[in-house]
Design a protein around this ligand. Sequence first.
Ligand SMILES: [Zn+2]
Length: 110
Amino acid sequence: MTDPLLETTKFDPAGESTDTSEKVKPRQRYKLKDDTGFDEVPKKYRRFYRRWNGKGDSLAPNEVICPVCKVVIRSARDLRPGDRVYCMPCFSRLTVIRGESGLLEARVEY
Ligand SMILES: [Zn+2]
């Protein structure tokens, strides 16, 4: 396969996996569509971000909302509390936490 996007396959907003010392089930991998139409980041990173569609939209296990710019950050694997993700559109470094509702949320790191 000669996918021009191949060189970016190592990129993931969630960075390196921290699973090595954890006895947890392997993470589920997600195949991200090449382009979500999100045009606020360079084309090759678009599949890692998408706009939140508001009411009726829902987050997949590999997605979390940036609390700063409300953009949905998408990882190639399911996200878990403690994961660090990077929001490229607003340059925020975030930590994934378990919110009061039981859903995953992102908290800004200062
Ligand atoms: Zn953001």
